[in-house]
Design a protein around this ligand. Structure first.
Ligand SMILES: *Cc1c(COP(=O)(O)O)cnc(C)c1O
Length: 454
């Protein structure tokens, strides 16, 4: 059969509260035009993030009951550690309450004024955590990765030539090299095994530890299986193990490719760094065998890590993103191609050429999606990234809107509804206007800033 079905049945449901366009216009105004300030009950299809929004399986819900809440040495920790080690055999596995806590702990070890960290593209929390300790984050994705229309099987790849340049010019200032799989901020685009290997070899040549930001490791492995020579017959688990075999450590948000609603970890091989990390963990998160998590969360992650590498799931997952991307492309909506792993990305600069970058075309589109269809996406462009540490504003390299798909949550008819909404948005696109920020915090402004339409 050529139809790919959702490889699950639904046992528990959550109602969607229906709203009208008129009501939604009022809700977004009351939220100061910030989609993060909406009540989620006022959203029909919530594609704000794929983070922590997964539907848990019956297996995970039953594992919850096995959660052992002992302060130290809980069996839940050991099941978690074993599940992580099965895929990512690092010496030290340090649980945290989510990915950014792992980043903050890592930052506390490697930070300092004048330091520089290369990455294919830093995700927003990674960037903010590094900047917070004086590190300058440098994005070195290949040129195709910056062009939403460019076709490349691994648009998330690191530019190895640029990495070598930086390693030469900033040698003493680079505490480690990071690669993010898949490249979230750059469109959920995958990184090839060859690229991971090359970045790792180069880092070692210059004596630098090589870390993976592994939030979507299973989706990345699926793309490698589908697109990279020599991997078509390999098991996803083995592809995952090979990816991490090149790394000295990783940060992870279990809210992505571990099917958990909460959690993360920092894993690494270096004993000295691990000791510093655990000292920091105890100060900010909790004891070494629970981090910021309940025993039951650790159990959910352990089961989630087994389910996420299932090929039927990954095939359905990646295909559902491709389906929406193809349909929007047919309508004429400029989408990031080829489709990434967890989200559909729309190029708002191209869809709304009448809106200048610093009037946030992506944000304008995101508001229109909510008003027209009750769909909540998120701007990834000058509103999210334009504010500089010194308070000035610079246009981001791309003006994207991301619709991130929660895992195992929405069905084909939700996708078809979304596509129909876009037909309407496309018709109205010429009338959409820009926005102005009326209040903002000094960093990560997109979460709380207030705006008004121009
Ligand atoms: C989500 C994410 C993080 C941060 O994880 P949280 O659990 O949200 O703190 C870091 N890097 C990437 C690539 C992510 O997608």
């Amino acid at each position: 059969m050529k139809t790919i079905i959702e490889p699950f049945r639904i046992k528990t449901v959550e109602p969607i509260r229906m709203t009208t366009e008129q009501e939604r216009s009022r809700f977004i105004k009351e939220a100061h035009y910030n989609l993060f300030s909406l009540k989620s009950e006022d959203v029909l299809i919530d594609l704000l993030t794929d983070s922590g929004t997964s539907a848990m399986s019956a297996e995970q819900w039953s594992a919850l009951m096995k959660g052992d809440e002992s302060y130290a040495g809980s069996p839940s920790y050991y099941r978690f550690e074993e599940a992580v080690n099965n895929l990512m055999p690092f010496k030290h596995i340090i649980p945290t309450h989510q990915g950014r806590a792992a980043e903050a702990i890592l930052s506390s070890i490697i930070g300092g004024e004048g330091k520089v960290v290369p990455n294919n593209t830093h995700f927003d929390t990674t960037r903010a955590n590094f900047e917070d300790v004086g590190i300058k984050p440098v994005d070195l994705v290949i040129p195709e990765g910056r062009d939403p229309a460019a076709d490349h099987p691994f648009k998330g790849n690191m530019d190895i030539g640029e990495l070598e340049n930086l390693l030469q010019t900033e040698a003493d200032n680079i505490p480690l090299v990071v690669i993010t799989i898949t490249n979230n901020a750059g469109g959920g685009q995958p990184v090839s095994m060859a690229n991971i290997r090359a970045a790792s070899v180069l880092s070692k040549q210059y004596g630098k530890p090589f870390f993976i930001d592994g939030c979507r490791f299973a989706e990345n492995a699926w793309f490698i299986k589908m697109r990279e020579d020599g991997y078509g017959e390999k098991l996803i688990e083995d592809i995952v193990r090979e990816m991490f075999s090149y790394a000295d450590g990783m940060t992870m948000s279990a809210k992505k490719d571990a099917f958990s609603n909460m959690g993360g970890w920092l894993a690494l091989n270096d004993d000295d760094w691990a000791e510093q990390a655990r000292a920091r963990l105890i100060l900010t998160e909790g004891f070494a065998t629970y981090g910021g998590l309940s025993g039951r969360d650790l159990e959910c992650i352990a089961v989630g890590l087994k389910e996420i590498v299932d090929e039927d799931y990954l095939q359905y997952r990646i295909r559902s993103i491709q389906y929406i991307t193809e349909k929007l492309d047919e309508i004429g909506v400029p989408v990031m191609k080829p489709a990434g792993g967890h989200a559909v990305f729309i190029d708002a600069r191209e869809l709304l050429p009448q809106i200048p970058a610093l009037q946030y075309p992506g944000h304008s589109l995101a508001v229109a999606m909510y008003v027209v269809g009750g769909i909540r996406g998120v701007e990834i462009g000058s509103f999210m990234f334009g504010l500089q540490p010194d308070g000035s504003e610079v246009a981001a390299p791309m003006e994207l809107v991301r619709m991130a798909m929660p895992r195992r949550v929405y069905t084909q008819s939700h996708a078809d509804y979304l596509i129909e909404c876009f037909e309407e948005i496309y018709r109205r696109s010429g009338d959409l206007k820009g926005y102005e920020v009326t209040w903002q915090p000094p960093s990560l402004r997109h979460f709380t800033a207030r705006l008004k339409p121009l």
